[in-house]
Design a protein around this ligand. Sequence first.
Ligand SMILES: Nc1ncnc2c1ncn2[C@@H]1O[C@H](COP(=O)(O)OP(=O)(O)OP(=O)(O)O)[C@@H](O)[C@H]1O
Ligand SMILES: [Mg+2]
Length: 248
Amino acid sequence: MTLSNSTVPSSTPTSESISNSAQQALLTASHLTKTVQVGEQSLSIIKDVSIHVDAGEFVVIMGKSGSGKSTLLGLLAALDYPDSGSVELAGQTLSSLDEDALAVIRQRDMGFVFQSFHLLPTLTVAENIAFPLDIARRPNKARVNELIEAVDLGHRRNSLPNQLSGGEQQRTAVARSLVSQPKIVFADEPTGNLDEQNADQVMNLLLDLRQQTGSALVVVTHDPALADMADRVITMHDGMIDGSTLNG
Ligand SMILES: Nc1ncnc2c1ncn2[C@@H]1O[C@H](COP(=O)(O)OP(=O)(O)OP(=O)(O)O)[C@@H](O)[C@H]1O
Ligand SMILES: [Mg+2]
């Protein structure tokens, strides 16, 4: 993989404008493809996907298991590199950045609620939530406390992750994803393992905090109730987008 060291944003997108609101887009992904090697075979799992997310927009991605949702989310969040195509966040082409520059953008502009982004087991709830601010050297106790209260974990602030229920862990992860007031939060089935009450709580939290911070949300889910709350629902099938519906 060749990545330039430059942090200068590239100015010319390689593709045509992909939507009529492209001038407003916070995130623009153009013609993404991804192929993986399975034994002898190379398998195309993302096939020419273009997508945009406006500032503050709540986009849900749905589709059958194996349709490519998590892979796409990883590409959008620049956790994984596409084979071709580009992702721009606020005008900056992420694939042209090196790992250090990307790390800064992840810390400053992005929040994650991914199952693979576990809570750090040796840190308490409060320390986990504070973590993105601490590594960015922008500690902010008041903000951390505000979020601990918002996720209703004041009584658990000094607990370690393995002392928490699944819902409490998920709420901690949501608080952590939003603590630095990111421009965009990516969540992969954030309510997936939760009972209905905890799922509602986690989702309402994301929506409330989005309202406060103006963060855009990109959420992969199988939950139709969540899709109803979104501004836009994108459906994936076999590595491609096969539908996009505006709500409301
Ligand atoms: N590293 C990999 N190697 C081989 N195949 C992979 C790899 N990553 C993903 N895949 C395959 O790509 C397809 C898309 O996977 P992905 O995880 O994006 O699906 P998904 O839509 O998120 O599914 P789910 O709803 O089950 O989470 C699947 O068929 C999966 O098996
Ligand atoms: Mg998935």
